[in-house]
Design a protein around this ligand. Structure first.
Ligand code: BGC
Length: 506
């Protein structure tokens, strides 16, 4: 899940409380954030494969694509740094926003930040839909970039565990929705791309309006010193007068988190080395699976391989649907088979399918990039890509967010989570920006390049990632201590002394 990765930390009491309108509203707003993020991921590739859009904003690319420039290599048809900036700028903005997100929420409270966030996304979507030039396209995408970060700040702790993969689910539905919208708008005579890009207003409106109806959370009120208001709010939200225990827990948790003075210094301690290494490598590896080559550029990739306009967009819809269903597999099996089993199986499946795609493209297009797939070859390519997407969707997709969120002790959890989000956004940007150039230069070798990384990360998981299934967060140090490699970093007295936050947020 993009950025929303916090897990309910255990220790949460069974407080009296009903599923109130507030709780439902919170879920709706969080889900609309996931949909919006997914929509933004999935929309740009389809739009960049539409002729009218290319003619208007990227005439050089259009000429190359239609072979009007004498260049015959399929691999380089779409190679343009500004074209990729249109897609990747969103993640650059997300990276920058991540540095400010927590301070803004602390100062303004969650509700105000949510309303502002929703409005910013709304404006971004409108600018995109109304774009007259490349600058407007990029500015619109920049404004949309706050989404993932916003979610990591807003995700309520009590439902964070479920939200973790639930959010990833919303993202995949958003991507699939975008694939379908692109397919529908490509049939329009004119301005289909405007509807595609402007379509982001729908989840943006749900999010803005939804957050207007939300009260400020008791947690956020306590953080800003408004204790009486917080108690009243708790009663209203829970639908009961009996909230003392939970209220006291919230206050205690807030005090505890205020005592955490130096998370950024603490995280560099030797005893946190395993956590630091894992939280830096997991988002890096997640992006180096190459998944966003498919999520961002599937229609462009399929066109590069010689699929027709319609076939390219339909193929993106198919892989988008596989992404959604395979995420369900993850939800069902992650606590049964464990994280490692999914990571390892998913890794092997990705390696094999990438190898297959690379070999197929090498055979048909060779180094020169000249050639076309037969119908059967096209079907095999699409099948292999779906096998790859399914593997990602039940392994690195959700687990890339889940695992970093469950390995940290409280005192460094928020610093760890920031590293996770920033590294992920940075490499999403790099892949989004460089993919078309890499394809042009590495040709079919690009698939072996990503496949090589998946081999590396699968070995890493095998040797260095302990199983965290069913381990209460406060006992996590026991897991590290027992590990053949990381054990030596964990002092004996740290085992079993993990912090156990008593409170829940909502
Ligand atoms: C990743 C995104 C990716 C998405 C695909 C997420 O876990 O962080 O970069 O586009 O999965 O479903």
């Amino acid at each position: 899940m993009a950025g929303g990765g916090f897990v309910s930390q255990g220790g949460a009491g069974n407080f009296e409380g009903k599923v109130t309108g507030f709780v439902i509203m919170t879920c709706l707003v969080a889900a609309s954030g996931g949909l919006l993020f997914g929509y933004d991921i999935g929309i740009s590739g389809g739009v960049t494969s539409m002729d009218e859009f290319l003619q208007k904003f990227f005439p050089e690319v259009y000429k190359k694509e239609k072979n009007l420039s004498g260049n015959t290599s399929n691999y380089c048809k779409f190679d343009s740094a500004v074209l990729t900036l249109f897609t990747s700028s969103l993640y650059l903005a997300a990276l920058v926003a991540s540095f400010f997100a927590s301070a803004t929420t602390k100062a303004l409270g969650r509700k105000a930040s949510m309303v502002i966030g929703g409005l910013v996304f709304l404006i971004g979507a409108i600018i995109n839909g109304a774009a007259m030039n490349v600058a407007m396209l990029i500015i619109g995408r920049l404004l949309l970039g706050a989404v993932p970060v916003y979610l990591s700040e807003m995700a309520p702790a009590k439902i964070r565990g479920a939200l973790n993969i639930g959010f990833q689910m919303a993202v995949t539905i958003g991507i699939f929705g975008a694939n379908m919208v692109n397919y529908a708008t490509s049939k329009m005579q004119h301005n289909g791309w405007r509807f595609s890009l402007g379509g982001a207003v729908v989840p943006a409106i749900i999010m803005t309006v939804g957050s207007l109806f939300l009260p400020d959370t008791p947690n956020s009120l306590i953080e800003r010193g408004k204790k009486d208001e917080a108690r009243q709010m708790l009663k209203k939200i829970r639908g009961t007068e009996n909230v003392d225990e939970e209220y006291n827990d919230l206050v205690a948790a807030s005090e505890a988190s205020n005592q955490v003075q130096q998370p950024w210094k603490d995280i560099l301690d030797r005893k946190h080395r395993p956590h630091l290494v894992i939280v830096s490598l997991i988002p890096f590896f997640q992006q180096l699976t190459g998944i966003n080559v498919i999520m961002f550029y599937a229609p462009v990739l399929f066109k590069t391989l010689g699929f027709g306009d319609e076939a390219s967009l339909v193929s993106a819809v198919v892989s988008g649907l596989v992404n959604v269903f395979a995420t369900v597999v993850s939800i069902i099996s992650v606590d049964r088979f464990g994280r490692r089993a999914l990571f390892l199986e998913g890794g092997i499946q990705m390696i094999l399918s990438q190898l297959g795609v690379g070999i197929l493209i090498a055979k048909v297009f060779g180094v020169s990039g000249e050639g076309t797939f037969s119908k059967t070859q096209g079907d095999i390519a699409l099948f292999l890509i779906c096998v790859y997407v399914a593997a990602f969707a039940w392994s690195w997709g959700p687990l890339g967010w889940l695992v970093p969120s469950e390995i940290f002790p409280l005192e460094i959890r928020s610093a760890g989570q920031s590293i996770n989000v920033s590294v992920n956004m940075f490499f999403t940007f790099i892949i989004g920006q460089l993919f078309l150039t890499m394809l042009c230069h590495l040709k079919f070798g690009l698939f072996f390049f990503f496949g090589g990384f998946v081999i590396l990360m699968t070995l890493f998981v095998y040797f260095f990632l302990p199983e965290t299934k069913n381990v209460p967060i406060e006992e996590m140090n026991r897991v590290w201590k027992a590990h053949w490699f990381w054990g030596k970093y964990i002092p004996d007295d740290a085992v079993g002394l993990g912090h156990q936050p008593k409170s829940i947020e909502f």
